[in-house]
Design a protein around this ligand. Sequence first.
Ligand code: GLP
Length: 261
Amino acid sequence: MEVIVTSSPAHLAGLGADAVLEAMGRRARPTLGLATGSSPRGIYAELGRRVREGEASLARVRAFLLDEYVGLGEDHPQRYRNVIARDLLDHVDIDPGRVRGPDGLADDIEAECVAYEQAITRAGGIDLQILGIGSDGHIAFNEPGSSLASRTRIKTLTRQTRQDNARFFGDDVEAVPVHCLTQGIATIMAAGHLLLVTTGRAKAEAVHQLVEGPISAMWPATALQWHPHVTVLVDEAACARLQLAPYFVDTFEHKPDWQGF
Ligand code: GLP
C-alpha cells in the first residue's frame, strides 16, 4: 500500500488526476470506477481543468459508480448519478451514456445487482477505482460487518453514515435514505488499482485502521491490505493516528522518478 501525505488540496488533486490518467492510458478501452462524496471532488475538478485546457482526454473511458441510494427520485439532487454528473461528467469528455450506476429505483433490486456485476465483467473489469472512506471505515456503502467477500447488493446504512451524510440533505438525518445499493468488497477488490482519497481529522481513526489495523469486517476498508496495488492520498490531519506517517513521507520523498503509480 502506498500512502502519500499531500501538502495541500491542489497537491492531492494533481496527484489523483495523474494516477487516473496514468491508469486510463494503459488500455485502449479503459474503465474507471467513480466514487461520490466530498473527498474526490478536487480530483474531478482537476480532471475537468485538464480536459478543458486540452491537456488530457477521457473520451475513451467507460465508468461505473460505486454505489447509489435506494428510492431517491430520478431528479433528486443527491441521487449519486446526478451528483457525479455535476461533480465530473459535466466537466469532462466522458460520454454520459457509457456511465452506469446501480439503479436504486429498479423494481427487482436483486436482478439489478446481478446485472450490475455482469456489466462490470463485460466491460473487462475496472482498471482504476476511486474510493473515499467513511468515518466508520466503510468503503462505498459496505458498512461495518459487511462480508469481505461481498458483491453488489442492498445494504442498510448505519445511523452514523446517515448522520455523516445528513449535511447533503439539509441537515435532516431522516431525509437520508435507509437503504442503498453498493458494490461489494470483493467487487472493489477485483479492480486493477485502488485510489483511496480522504482528508480531515474526522477520518484519522479510519485511516489508521485501514493502514495499520488488523483485517476485520468491523473496519471494511482493512480488506484493502490484501490488494496488491493501492494508493492512499491523504492530508496531514487524516494521518494524525498513523504510526507509520514519517516512513510514508520519507518513502514518497525518495520515490524513484520512473515508478509512477
Ligand atoms: C459516502 C459514500 C462513500 C464515501 C463516503 C465518504 O458514504 N457512499 O463512497 O467514501 O461517503 O464521503 P466523503 O468523501 O464525503 O467523506
